[in-house]
Design a protein around this ligand. Structure first.
Ligand code: HEM
Length: 453
């Protein structure tokens, strides 16, 4: 009786809140590829069929915007940046930012990432010599925050980095809380959490606005620089829309900077944490990677030019992104009516896609719970359908930072693996914990050993 009353009020929400991953795994296996869900009063559909996903993310993507509860929570921090916007504004800003993220253009950020990776390798060496563990989950967050901040702000970052390092984790933590906690105090109630969040967000906005203003004063100097000598903020500041000649306003730049910091930080850190976790379980794979590094790089520090040769490492990262996709689900709202398969979608309905559910579905991936990097050997049939492997999404709204993320992941892993053997420090069970990204349920502590110590 109580269950029936609860269901009539909350729909499938209690089941989803209790075990979101289990529930999405099971529902992603529906033979029709579409599973209806009721989230409170909203009608939603989880889709897991390649043709239906293609329709939502590509063929009819303009009919599906991001006015969903999860994206609206994110918008509070990011404003209307490329990640949360829709329609002509999104199109214009994506067009402005896109050239800076093309595969060959992102390589210009290689030297920054090489330097930061080396600095972390030195830090790890210190911990290793003192016999202390390294918290991989924490350090992957630190390394990717430093990476994305320096790529955005170049040398200007030095005076703001300590403030960014102080407030940014608070912003991120609160964002995760807002996206995952459906019942919470409204923002105007002065709870400790709300106060901390407001203070951190205010400070972050002041830092970013200050960096933008400072840059504005040097606009003529920046315009005179060769494109490849500009950091990402300058690139975005001088980018001109080819159709209208317009540039981004300061408010827009602020939203895009926050978007890139958030979208480009925890996702990559999360992916790398899972790579360390998987490698601990597969020491044979670590030996293969060490062999590859010894052959291709030897006893020096890896550079961005080495990355195309690290084929096995790339396959390992792809497989980690399959088993533990950082963005384990994302959603859309239907603007107008549509039909998905034989299901009528009404305006306002939510459509949910779960990369985790799809990438662990035995109908699409053999032994989906088994770590097998060979799946990503070129020409393997399993990885051919881009609507069934979605760590970066698909269609016109595919991840803007995909090439950057892959370059950064390869470089960080190559640098650290080349110097260390790493095994888990303790045996605390670790499971995926679905927040905004798919976090580890406990910190991943590593015991390091120098390879040439
Ligand atoms: C392993 C790391 C990453 C993963 C798994 C990831 C995943 C994703 C996914 C799944 C989407 C699509 C979301 C949707 O369709 O609703 C997305 C969008 C986006 N990502 Fe990433 N991302 C990663 C790294 C990055 C980096 C490094 C940046 C920037 C520096 C970035 C910037 C963006 C932006 C701006 C969008 C919005 C694109 C649009 O809507 O046009 N991401 N990402």
């Amino acid at each position: 009786m109580l269950n029936r009353v609860l269901r009539s009020i909350y729909g499938d929400l209690p089941e989803l809140v209790k075990d979101p991953l289990g529930s999405f795994l099971e529902r992603s296996r529906t033979p029709s590829g579409i599973s209806p869900l009721r989230i409170g009063r909203r009608q939603a559909y989880l889709i897991s069929d390649a043709a239906l996903i293609r329709r939502v993310l590509l063929e009819n993507f303009e009919n599906y915007d991001k006015a969903t509860p999860a994206f609206e929570a994110i918008q509070l921090v990011l404003g209307r940046g490329i990640l949360t916007g829709h329609g002509p504004i999104w199109k214009k800003n994506r067009r402005l930012a896109q050239p800076a993220f093309h595969g060959h253009r992102v390589q210009r950020f290689g030297p920054i990432l090489e330097r930061i990776s080396r600095r972390f390798a030195d830090r790890w060496e210190g911990l290793c010599r003192r016999g202390e563990p390294v918290d991989a989950s924490e350090d992957m967050l630190r390394i990717t925050l430093e990476g994305v901040s320096e790529v955005l702000f170049g040398a200007d970052i030095s005076e703001s980095s300590s403030e960014i390092n102080r407030v940014f984790p608070v912003v991120l933590e609160n964002l995760a809380f807002r996206v995952t906690q459906l019942i919470r105090w409204p923002d105007w109630v002065p709870t400790q959490r709300n106060r901390e969040f407001k203070e951190a967000l205010g400070s972050m906005n002041r830092v970013v606005d200050g960096l933008i203003q400072k840059r504005r004063q040097r606009l003529a100097e920046i315009e005179a620089l060769a494109p490849d000598a500009r950091d990402l903020l300058s690139t975005l500041m001088v980018a001109q829309d080819e159709e209208t000649g317009e540039r981004m306003s300061d408010a827009q730049l602020r939203d895009e900077v926050m978007t890139l910091m958030i979208a480009g930080h925890e996702t990559t850190a999360n992916a790398l944490t899972w790579v360390w976790f998987l490698l601990d379980q597969h020491p044979d794979e670590v030996s293969r990677l060490h062999e590859e590094l010894d052959t291709e790089i030897g006893n020096r520090v890896p550079t961005v030019g080495d990355l195309p040769r690290l084929k096995r490492l790339r396959m390992v990262i792809s497989e980690a992104l399959r088993m533990f996709p950082p963005i384990w689900m994302f959603d859309r709202r239907a603007i107008a009516a549509d039909t998905l398969g034989t299901t009528a979608i009404a305006p306002g309905d939510l459509v949910i896609i779960s990369p985790y559910g799809i990438q662990r579905n035995p109908a699409f991936w053999s032994d989906p719970d088994t770590f097998r990097p060979e799946r990503f050997e070129p020409g393997q049939e399993e990885n051919q359908n881009k609507y069934l492997y979605l760590p970066f999404g698909a269609g016109p709204r595919i991840c803007l930072g995909q090439s950057f993320a892959i370059m950064e992941s390869l470089l960080i892993m190559a640098t650290l693996l080349n110097r260390f053997n790493a095994r888990r420090w303790d045996s605390t069970p670790i499971k995926p914990k679905p927040m905004v990204t798919l976090r580890t349920s406990a910190p991943l502590l590593l015991r390091l050993e120098l390879r040439n110590g």
